[in-house]
Design a protein around this ligand. Structure first.
Ligand SMILES: [Zn+2]
Length: 274
């Protein structure tokens, strides 16, 4: 084999080898994962997400390196799509993976003409945005949503099983106030709004309540119409408040609250008759 061919081959082969080696080293450098990475958890709060996306650079959660534009890096180096990256870390799909500083510089660089073109495009596709908005919320968005509901209720979210437990407790002869004070039970405000908003629950509650002794109903300051009927019967028999109260398991004062009205009527009738 002629010397130059041999040399050339050798030289080319060597150069190629060197070049491949250098590229491999560079690529390996780009693929190097910093300590503490990859991050394995998702973003849990919107604050965390905002903080993550608002710096001068964005940290790649897979390797720990920082970039002004992360999208190219994650697809080229880690071989996953931006979409997959966002799903993996619970990032909102609407937010880009471009640092605030970079985004601002880019926006500033856009001249008026191009800005108008973008605006026109935006207007054209705006009508389609509702199609994409049906994607499921990120865990952080779900958490924020739950927190908003909790804040508005002032307590945790009560499930049907909680309300069933509530009614069972009432059924044991406790007043609403007594049950609401038990651990794990809703607040008075939550109970009142449940009564307002859930007709079926209200009916169930009143049914259970109606079955309780008058003594409990009186203690809970919610005497049912049946009580008035009973008091009236005994009143008509000429019973005193004390006697009525003893029979029905309430205080004489409770009986008197009703009988005093009727007594006025009787006294009036007596006076008229004189
Ligand atoms: Zn990376």
């Amino acid at each position: 084999m002629p010397a130059f061919v041999k040399m050339g081959l050798h030289s080319t082969g060597y150069a190629t080898h060197r070049c491949v080696k250098r590229n491999t080293e560079r690529a390996a450098g780009r693929r190097k994962v910093l300590p503490g990475f990859p991050v394995t958890r998702q973003f849990e709060t919107l604050e965390e997400i905002n903080q993550y996306l608002s710096g001068d650079t964005i940290t790649c959660l897979l390797c720990g390196k920082e970039y002004r534009r992360l999208a190219n890096h994650i697809t080229a180096i880690h071989g996953i799509s931006v979409e997959d990256y966002k799903i993996r870390y619970g990032l909102p799909w609407r937010r880009g993976l471009t640092s605030q500083a970079c985004h601002k510089a880019y926006a500033d660089a856009l001249d008026e003409e191009r800005r108008d073109q973008f605006r026109a495009l935006g207007d054209k596709f705006r009508g389609l945005s509702h199609v994409a908005s049906h994607r499921p919320p990120t865990p952080a968005h779900r958490k924020a949503m739950v927190e908003r509901i909790i804040a508005s209720q002032g307590s945790k979210i009560y499930e049907e099983s909680d309300w069933t437990a509530f009614l069972e407790n009432i059924g044991t002869g406790k007043t609403t106030q007594e049950v609401l004070r038990m651990p794990g039970m809703p607040t008075m405000t939550t109970f009142m709004s449940k009564m307002r908003e859930d007709e079926q629950f209200k009916a169930k509650f009143l049914e259970v309540w109606r079955g309780l002794p008058f003594s409990v109903q009186a203690r809970g300051q919610r005497l049912m119409p049946e009580f008035v009927v009973e008091v009236r019967k005994l009143f008509d028999l000429g019973w005193s408040d004390k006697k009525i109260a003893a029979r029905l398991g309430v205080t004489a004062m409770t009986s008197n609250k009703f009988t005093k009205e009727w007594r006025i009527g009787v006294n009036d009738a007596l006076e008229e008759g004189e």
